[in-house]
Design a protein around this ligand. Sequence first.
Ligand code: KIV
Length: 270
Amino acid sequence: MEGKVKRITTRTLAEMKARHEPITMLTAYDYTFARLLDEAGIEVLLVGDSASNVIAGHETTLPITLEQMIYHGSAVVRAAKRAMVVVDMPFGSYQGDSKAALHAAIRIMKESGAHAVKLEGGQAVLDSVRRIVSAGIPVMGHLGLTPQSIYQFGGYRVRAKDPAEAIKLREDARLLAEAGAFALVLEKVPARLAKDLSEHLPIPTIGIGAGPYCDGQVLVLHDMLGLNKDFSPRFLRRYADLAETVKAACTRYFQDVKNRDFPSLEESYE
Ligand code: KIV
């Protein structure tokens, strides 16, 4: 009989940080891809609100709803036999009202079966972090270029380059760890700052555009697979060119049907 696969947990990630083993995280939004990522050994599947961009085609992450995040989350959870599944709390579900935040986090956990939630921001959302953590729900933080604040930032530039913003980010990171967050995403911040935070914070840091010294790395799946050619920031490494592969396959199918090459009699029933 095959042994049961051991689930990655918050404790696994803490142990990985302690022994300096890099943590891998990728975004996932559906069952089919999530199963492949899980089989590839990726430790954390992030059901990112980037679904708003890469799945729904919105310009920002702001429009995606709690119901939509739960829908994507439940598909990913059904696929993940080993990976930990973290679901992003969507814009508007946790800012300003910690009771509403807890209610939203509970809905995500109950209805999707996820293992943790992620939310953006530091001091401003601490009450929500504390309340969610107090209900036994693991919370992943997210600082730096937090896409839900894109209109406040006015663009996708590297964050915390100036000393005042770097001081604020350090303080936010400390407060999140103190409030019980189990890990922290650092997005598009200088590598030196991310290194320092990774060395001094008690919780794992997971970087995206934050250099090589974080405790782990995350990329948006559709970007790293080369499905989205319009997006090519410096930090993105493309591991495949699926856009070309998919287009070539669909073009061949198109031609085969037009030429009556598909289906053949062998591909038909008596
Ligand atoms: O939604 C997302 O994909 C994310 C990653 C960029 C970390 O939050």
